[in-house]
Design a binder for this molecule. Structure first.
Ligand SMILES: Nc1ncnc2c1ncn2[C@@H]1O[C@H](COP(=O)(O)OP(=O)(O)OP(=O)(O)O)[C@@H](O)[C@H]1O
Ligand SMILES: [Mg+2]
Length: 506
């Protein structure tokens, strides 16, 4: 179209242009002047706030063409109690990037050292967009009592469509922000003391561990994280099923393989308070019930070394007390609990403890393999590659292994000399091999299920426990896993005794 206009225009060829110039003679100086003025005007518009002013006027004009409805969210109710919605909306608005565009905003330092919060001022307006509708919030200050109110201005046309989902959206964002800000606490059950109310004692949970800091397969970490994330989003799903909104994990493996560190990482990841139950301090089954009842929503409830308690019977709690606790039937008044149990071995455990529903996800923590060793060398010594790595790999292939805790300790104490650290690891592995310690089991199993549970093997896939091969021969298993990983199939790695045929479910 432009071409056709140009074609038909007086400037379509030089002759026409010359004719045009003859007909309408233009002073070249005037033309130059015009160009300079246009340039300066454009520059002024871009450099100054003129464009913002024009935009503002345009919005005012546009607003005049619509009918609006106003919703006021007062800071206090008639009994001078704080209106929770006001708090939620304020937090939400202050999190908006457009809050920074408001004419006047306050800057406050946040809880974290480098955090700065933008808080918008009274009588300022923040514009928000939701489902392609534009809404405005104004922070009004009452003249008489100085209390504030947030006023939502919404076009009548958009109201039916967006008001409810918009308010719901504010709730959701607020919950997410609060969850991120919350200071995580560690609760420990004290010994029974009838004079004191409540059994839980709390301290700030300052464990530095994160899921990322634990050396394990990247695939497995991702699976656990996404399992946790999907749990967080499943409130309605669990409600619809009539199930308690909880998920249980079993972390099992030899000592020093990172189970407790992983629990800390899970709590950090979820931003949940941790309730660490010491079964030695639990008096009987009803005491355990009481402890569970006194936990809050959004909490991670941990029982470490459950296998030891069950085997040694070193707790006054009966097996049925533990089963009821695991079923979470008492969390009727609370929701959103993650339960984590740790064990060194699960082979001797009563199957009723491990049945699907009681334990949803099994995560195996094996002794260190070469890949975990490399992760440790990277984080502890800053080494991505080293000429001694092939030697270390060779020893791992002979079946020798140490726990990540043992390797970590060697690396920490030799951190000033990476070569010395690696040599020490090699010596320790060789000594270990000479003393004939059990070979490392490669791969880690995440087990989870819809009806039962699923397992994650070395290839990072989920498996049904019921249908996965178990292997006696570690090398055979390792080779087969490598072969199968290409076609998203794998094996249950947590049982070296059973040889039942199993198949993958996803
Ligand atoms: N996989 C790992 N990655 C990184 N560090 C690890 C790993 N496993 C253990 N560690 C380090 O070793 C130490 C002990 O780990 P942790 O207490 O988590 O082991 P655990 O499996 O809980 O042992 P236990 O069964 O004896 O309780 C921690 O300092 C941790 O940082
Ligand atoms: Mg531990």
């Amino acid at each position: 179209m432009i071409f056709s206009i140009l074609k038909n225009s007086p400037f379509s060829n030089f002759t026409s242009f010359r004719n045009f110039a003859i007909m309408f003679p233009v002073n070249p100086i005037l033309l130059l002047g015009l160009l300079v003025v246009s340039y300066l005007v454009l520059r002024f518009l871009y450099k100054s706030s003129a464009l913002h002013i024009i935009k503002k006027w345009w919005r005012v004009i546009e607003d005049r063409c619509h009918v609006h409805q106003f919703y006021k969210v007062p800071q206090f109710n008639e009994h001078m109690q704080e209106n929770q919605l006001y708090r939620k909306v304020s937090v939400y608005l202050n999190s908006l990037a457009s809050g920074e565009d408001s004419d006047f905003a306050n800057l406050f330092s946040g809880n974290k050292s480098n955090e700065i919060n933008v808080v918008f001022d009274p009588d300022q307006t923040v514009i928000d967009t939701f489902l392609s509708a534009r809404v405005r919030w104004t922070n009004e200050k009452g003249v008489s009592d100085g209390s504030r109110a947030l006023v939502l201005k919404i076009r009548r046309n958009d109201k039916r469509r967006i008001l409810r989902p918009y308010l719901q959206h504010i709730h959701t964002v607020f919950d997410e922000i609060e969850q991120r800000r919350k200071e995580v606490k560690l609760y420990i059950n004290a010994e029974t003391n009838p004079e004191k109310n409540g059994r839980w004692r709390s301290v700030p949970f300052s464990h530095p561990g994160t899921i990322d800091a634990v050396a394990m397969q990247a695939d497995l970490k991702t699976k656990v994280k996404s399992d946790l994330e999907s749990f967080l989003k499943s409130k309605q799903y669990y409600n619809r099923l009539g199930r308690v909104w909880k998920r249980s994990y079993l972390l099992y493996g030899p000592s020093g393989t990172g189970k407790s560190s992983f629990v800390a990482g899970m709590a950090k990841f979820l931003c949940y308070d941790v309730y660490d139950i010491n079964l030695s301090n639990v008096v009987d089954d009803s005491d355990l019930k009481m402890l569970l009842l006194q936990t809050t929503n959004k909490s991670l409830i941990v029982i470490e070394d459950l296998d030891r308690y069950l085997a040694e019977k070193s707790t006054a709690v009966s097996l049925s007390g533990i089963l009821n606790f695991m079923d979470g039937i008492l969390s009727c008044c609370g929701e959103e609990r993650v339960m984590v149990f740790t064990m060194n071995v699960k082979d001797q455990i009563d199957p009723s403890v491990l049945r699907p529903g009681r334990i949803d996800v099994h995560v195996h923590f094996p002794p260190c393999d070469f890949s975990a060793f490399k992760t440790l060398a990277n984080s502890y010594l800053g080494l991505k590659e080293h000429k001694l790595f092939p030697q270390v790999e060779e020893i791992f292939q002979t079946g020798s292994s140490l726990s990540p805790a043992e390797i970590g300790e060697i690396m920490i104490s030799n951190r000033t000399s990476p070569s010395r650290a690696l040599k020490s690891v090699i010596t320790a592995l060789q000594t270990n091999a000479e003393h004939g310690r059990a070979p490392a089991r490669v791969g880690q199993c995440l087990t989870a299920s819809s009806s039962g549970r699923e397992e994650l093997g070395e290839s990072g896939s989920f498996f049904s426990r019921e249908n996965v091969h178990a292997m006696k021969d570690f090398r055979k298993l390792y080779g087969l896993l490598r072969l199968r990983s290409g076609r998203k199939s794998s094996m249950d790695l947590d049982s070296t005794e059973k040889e039942n045929s199993r198949h993958e479910i996803s």
